[in-house]
Write a protein that binds this ligand. Structure first.
Ligand code: 5GP
Length: 208
C-alpha cells in the first residue's frame, strides 16, 4: 500500500451511496504531511512535462494544488462553483453535475487567470464520474490552453471518470485508485500500483 492508501484504510469512512469520507486528513482537517507527499508524488509522475499553471476546483482540491504549485513553481488557480451564476464576458463558464450534492453546478474561472498557450496541470481530490475534471478541461480549452495532465488524489475506479479520461488520451495519474468499497463491512480494495509509487511513500524530502 502507498501512503495515501494507508491513510484511507486508517481514517476513511464509507457512506451509503458510494461516498468515501476522508475528513480526517483531506476534506475537513488537512494533514499537511499527506498533502506534501501527494505533491512530491505528482511531481515525480509528471516529471519532464512543461507546466505553467495548476488548475483545481474549490474547495478540497485547493490544499493539494497549492503544494503542487510550490513544487512546480507556478501559479495556482481554483475554479469557483455556483448554482446560479450567469455567463458574462469576463469569465469562462462550464457545467458539472455534483456527485456528492446531486445538483448541477456552474464552474467559473475569470479570463485573466488562464491564457492562450498555457500548459495546465489539473489537480483534484476525487475523481468519480469525471464531471468536475471535464468542466475544468472545457475551461482550459475555451482559453486556448492545453491540458498537460490530470493529477487526482483518490480515483473511484468503479465509476467511469477515469476510464473516460484515459480513453480520451489524457495523462491521468491517481495516487490511490479504489477498486471496490462496501459501506456495510467498511472494506476497501485498491487497484495495484507500480512499485515506485509505493516506495515513494517513504520520501522524507525536506521543505525547499
Ligand atoms: P466527479 O465530478 O468526478 O463525478 O466527482 C468528483 C468531485 O466530486 C470531486 O471534486 C469531489 O469533491 C466530489 N466527490 C465525488 N465522489 C466523492 C467521494 O466519494 N467523497 C468525497 N469526499 N468527494 C467526492
Amino acid at each position: 500500500m502507498n501512503f495515501l492508501e494507508e491513510r484511507i484504510i486508517r481514517y476513511g469512512v464509507i457512506k451509503e451511496g458510494n461516498i468515501l469520507k476522508v475528513d480526517n486528513f483531506l476534506n475537513h482537517q488537512i494533514d499537511i504531511d499527506v498533502i506534501r507527499q501527494m505533491a512530491y508524488e505528482f511531481q515525480r509522475r509528471f516529471k519532464g512535462k512543461t507546466v505553467t499553471k495548476i488548475l483545481t476546483i474549490e474547495a478540497s482540491g485547493i490544499a493539494i494544488a497549492t503544494l503542487v504549485g510550490l513544487l512546480f513553481n507556478v501559479p495556482v488557480v481554483f475554479a469557483k462553483k455556483s448554482a446560479t451564476a450567469n455567463c458574462t464576458d469576463d469569465r469562462y463558464v462550464s457545467e458539472a453535475y455534483s456527485f456528492t450534492h446531486k445538483r448541477m453546478n456552474k464552474v467559473l474561472v475569470s479570463k485573466p487567470y488562464i491564457n492562450a498557450g498555457e500548459k495546465v496541470l489539473i489537480v483534484d481530490d476525487f475523481l468519480a464520474d469525471g464531471e468536475a475534471a471535464h468542466a475544468l478541461i472545457d475551461i482550459v480549452h475555451q482559453a486556448g490552453a492545453d491540458v498537460v495532465g490530470i493529477g487526482i488524489a483518490i480515483e473511484k475506479g468503479q465509476q467511469q471518470g477515469g476510464r473516460k479520461l484515459r480513453e480520451e488520451g489524457y495523462h491521468l495519474e491517481s495516487i490511490a485508485i479504489i477498486e471496490s468499497m462496501d459501506w456495510k463491512t467498511q472494506t476497501i480494495t485498491f487497484r495495484k500500483q507500480e512499485k515506485e509509487a509505493i516506495e515513494n511513500a517513504n520520501i522524507k524530502a525536506s521543505w525547499v
